[in-house]
Design a binder for this molecule. Structure first.
Ligand SMILES: NC(=O)c1ccc[n+]([C@@H]2O[C@H](COP(=O)([O-])OP(=O)(O)OC[C@H]3O[C@@H](n4cnc5c(N)ncnc54)[C@H](O)[C@@H]3O)[C@@H](O)[C@H]2O)c1
Length: 271
């Protein structure tokens, strides 16, 4: 329904880099009309025009959505391009890390409905997860529209407070990179144990995919699923003894990883 409304009224995408591309590809594959999309980006990819997307063209008069997908550091230069859409019916949706709603209200006025969100790149294959929160001007139907649009490419959670988004960024916004690194490490470790590189990578990718799908679909908690793999005095127990070491295992490492990403999100917000 959201993609129909957006196909009718239009969507402006400010910045179409890695994350903008992931979202846009997900929406186009799910039925968003390419001609309804206007991308503003000084370095647009060739596939956009080839797919029928309007690139660096005049803004539509009354688009449903103005999506902000530039880096936080580019915000000052980029936002004026959307000025004409402020204080109207257009819903602004930002996916930028570390850019507070207040900064968008300064640019577009506090009467402008604004949703701040944090998606992640698996949105490109419809398996993203996005957390979102609106400003005071965002009405129930604005929040519903943003949620439906983001839900077209994965699951959506609504936050109670804007400051929760820093930790969300540390967990799920950045999280795919941690998992990709886990795959790299698992494959390299397999190679170190004598497997050919291609075989080690295939096993590592399939294992993360399968375990992720199992964890997502199972009624049991991940700890129970872990127990199901672990035979007493078997191979998994030997491996987990290293991974779950209190001082040097994964838990303190992941805690520091998420803490650093969360802290960086807060830092970005403070300029
Ligand atoms: N990549 C991710 O996994 C991810 C996840 C969640 C949120 N985000 C957020 O998405 C935003 C974009 O990140 P990214 O990884 O896609 O970055 P990116 O560098 O890949 O893309 C940014 C795009 O903005 C364009 N751009 C630069 N100046 C511009 C301007 N003045 N007007 C319009 N476009 C301009 C660039 O040409 C580029 O295509 C960031 O704010 C980031 O915090 C990224």
């Amino acid at each position: 329904m959201a993609l129909e409304e957006v196909s009718r009224r239009g969507l402006v995408l400010l910045g179409c880099g890695r994350m903008g591309t992931a979202l846009l590809k997900g929406w186009l594959e799910r039925g968003l009309a390419p001609g309804a999309v206007t991308v503003l980006d000084p370095a647009p990819a060739d596939w956009l025009a080839e797919a029928g997307v309007r690139v660096n063209a005049a803004l539509p008069a009354d688009p449903a959505i103005a999506m902000i997908a530039v880096k936080p550091q580019m915000m000052g230069d980029a936002l004026p391009a959307l000025q004409a859409l402020g204080n109207g019916r257009t819903l602004f949706v930002s996916i930028a890390a570390g850019t507070p709603i207040a900064q968008f209200e300064e640019s577009f006025g506090s009467e402008t409905p604004i949703v701040r969100s944090m998606p992640n790149t698996p949105a490109a294959i419809g398996k993203g997860v996005t957390a979102m929160i609106g400003n005071d001007a965002a009405r129930a139907q604005d929040l519903d529209l943003a949620e439906e649009l983001l839900a077209a490419v994965g699951s959506v959670v609504r936050l109670e407070r804007e400051d929760q988004i820093d930790a969300v960024t540390g967990v799920s916004g950045s999280g795919p990179a941690y998992v990709f690194y886990m795959i790299e490490c698992l494959a390299a470790a397999g190679e170190a144990q004598g497997l050919a590189p291609d075989l080690a990578l295939e096993l590592a990718k399939a294992t993360v995919e399968g375990a992720g799908a199992l964890a997502a679909g199972a009624a049991e908690r991940p700890a129970t699923l872990r127990d199901n793999v672990t035979s007493p005095n078997g191979t998994t127990q030997a491996g987990l003894a290293v991974l779950m070491d209190e001082g040097a295992g994964l838990a303190p490492l992941i805690a520091r990883t998420v803490e650093a990403a969360t802290a960086r999100s807060k830092e970005l917000a403070n300029g």
